[in-house]
Design a protein. Structure first.
Length: 190
């Protein structure tokens, strides 16, 4: 259930305009979390929802023609992020594994998407300088994607772990003498 709530939240962060915060969405973190918490067969739901959102953003917000082939790499990466969560975090979740996912997810998207822009586009020269320029131009998006993925993964995995630890520590806390006396039926009444 939490994975589906996170999916809805991530879709909203993807849809809502956020000038100056390019790429600061919960999409990458949600896909990683979804992969960690849900079985493979449920990958269809987030993929379908993200494809619909990509279509709506392209056509209705940016007013461009929608060409599915332009999104194939992005959609493949969505599945890869899900797989990353499944592989690294499904069986065992730890701080190191969550941190590795928070680094690997945005970094893989940065490398793949900028390379695709360089290869398939006309904005950058087809040279080593053009490739470097393309990656440099993508750094603000990468920085924000790295920050948002780290932030939302920390919330998604950290808050439940913190709550669990708090509940466990309270259930194993020793009973103090004053609590024992006050809570006892045999305590003397004054």
């Amino acid at each position: 259930m939490a994975a589906y709530i996170f999916l809805i939240f991530a879709l909203l962060t993807h849809l809502v305009p956020h000038p100056g915060l390019w790429g600061f969405t919960a999409v990458g973190a949600m896909l990683i979390y979804f992969g960690a918490r849900r079985p493979w067969r449920e990958l269809v739901a987030p993929l379908a929802a993200l494809i619909v959102v990509d279509y709506c953003l392209t056509v209705f917000v940016y007013h461009y023609a929608f060409h599915p082939q332009a999104y194939l790499l992005t959609w493949a990466w969505y599945a890869m992020a899900f797989a990353l969560g499944r592989i690294l975090l499904h069986a065992r979740t730890s701080f190191v594994r969550v941190a590795a996912s928070a680094l690997l997810g945005p970094t893989s998207f940065f490398i793949l998407s900028n390379f695709a822009v360089w290869v398939g586009g006309t904005m950058y020269a087809r040279s080593l300088d053009g490739l470097v320029t393309c990656y440099i131009a993508g750094l603000p998006f990468y920085r924000n994607d790295l920050a948002s993925t780290s932030f939302f993964l920390a919330l998604a995995f950290g808050v439940p772990a913190l709550v669990r630890r708090t509940v466990e520590s309270r259930s194993h806390a020793p009973v103090t003498a004053s609590a024992n006396v006050i809570g006892s039926r045999n305590a003397p009444r004054r």
